[in-house]
Write a protein that binds this ligand. Structure first.
Ligand SMILES: Nc1ncnc2c1ncn2[C@@H]1O[C@H](COP(=O)(O)OP(=O)(O)OP(=O)(O)O)[C@@H](O)[C@H]1O
Ligand SMILES: [Mg+2]
Length: 350
């Protein structure tokens, strides 16, 4: 736990990271990700709680192993290289041992990031992406047990970033460190992580494999963090909620309790209106409901269509692969992938 000026910014966070695995600490700006990382690194100290590495206590509120003796490699967004040292000297900076031993480590890692020919160059001769790879080699050179990375790719342009992310991931896996990567970008977490810890307001709200976080989200915000969402509101009667799209189960919610049915735009399918009629109800798609197109936009690999629903004027969004641009005002029928709808109790309104 960590407080600043009486405000708790990291609250009962419990995280375990495993060797050879990448864990992503994912959450919106200001939720406490960097503060968590800094406490693990030892450059900030927690107000309560303990930190262990390899089963050994490295820090509680009294005892504290200094950062440089925690076997932790660090890489931050502004991964400044030493400008007055060559690439090779940068990588060997924190290394112990004899000259030839150090040289071998430096060459091996520079080889691995494809930059051995730059060994005697200075950082300002390198592009941003190349500097980033040198910084990675430098962080990995002392063979840390843990690599802590705080938004290390955010200074790179988009096209460069994907390649470097993949390369970095390969190298981290080979080196076998336990990696904790902080990011506020869900795509980055999905791409890199074996495990995602979703953080909000100083707490970890859900932790699991990317697939589970995406497909079994803990709450509405966890859905919304990864994509646009549609929400239907309803009241529970006999563990069921009636909606224009048919009934949904709401197990465990008392009668009169408010629930939200949350679903992603890609789980809405649309059909043309045929003389006021839509498709027949099915078990998977439930009852279709009618709306009119308000706006349709082409996004590249998919089209995004916004509807105003007949039943209550509510707005819902559907995405359709490729180009599908119906005119505003076109009546259409929407059906939901019912197995991809999440029913959440509305806390505070029950
Ligand atoms: N040294 C400090 N003194 C006072 N408040 C701080 C300090 N460091 C961080 N905070 C506050 O703690 C909260 C969490 O900050 P933190 O840097 O951990 O967020 P973050 O999740 O890393 O955000 P971002 O994605 O923007 O980097 C913020 O509200 C921040 O203002
Ligand atoms: Mg941060």
């Amino acid at each position: 736990m960590r407080r600043f000026d009486g405000q708790t910014v990291v609250d009962h966070v419990s995280l375990q990271i495993a060797p050879g695995q990448v864990t992503c600490l994912l959450g919106p700006s200001g939720c406490g990700k960097s503060t968590t990382l800094r406490m693990i690194a030892g450059v900030d100290m927690q107000d309560e709680g303990t930190i262990h590495v390899d089963g050994k206590l490295v820090c509680d509120t009294v005892f504290r192993v200094p950062p440089e003796r925690r076997s932790i490699g660090l890489m931050f967004q502004d991964f400044a290289l030493f400008p007055h040292l060559s690439v090779g000297e940068n990588v060997s900076f924190g290394l112990k041992g004899g000259r030839s031993e150090k040289r071998a480590t430096v060459e091996r890692l520079l080889d691995r990031v494809g930059l051995r020919h730059y060994i005697d160059h200075y950082p300002h001769h390198l592009s941003g992406g190349e500097q980033q790879r040198v910084a990675l080699a430098r962080a990995l050179a002392p063979q840390p047990k843990i690599m802590l990375m705080d938004e290390p790719f955010s200074g790179l342009d988009n096209r460069l970033r994907d390649g470097i992310r993949d390369e970095t991931l390969d190298l981290l896996k080979e080196e076998g460190a336990a990696v904790l990567l902080v990011t506020h970008e869900p795509e980055e977490a999905m791409r890199m992580a074996d495990e995602i810890a979703l953080m909000r307001d100083g707490r970890i709200v859900q932790q699991g494999a990317p697939y589970n976080i995406y497909n079994a989200p803990a709450d509405r915000d966890a859905v919304a963090f990864f994509s646009d969402v549609n929400v239907l509101e309803g009241k529970v009667q006999g563990a069921l909620v009636d909606t224009p799209f048919g009934r949904f189960l709401a197990p465990g919610v008392a009668d009169g309790g408010a629930v939200e049915i949350v679903f992603r735009p890609q789980h809405v399918s649309i059909d043309f209106d045929r003389a006021g009629k839509g498709p027949n109800p099915t078990e998977i798609a439930g009852t279709p409901a009618r709306g009119v197109v308000q706006r349709a936009r082409f996004m590249g690999s998919e089209s995004l269509v916004e509807f105003v629903m007949d039943h209550d004027g509510q707005k819902l969004i559907a995405t359709v692969p490729n180009v599908f641009l119906p005119k505003p005002g076109t009546p259409m029928w929407l059906s939901l992938r019912r197995d991809r709808c999440f029913v959440f109790p509305v806390i505070g309104k029950n």
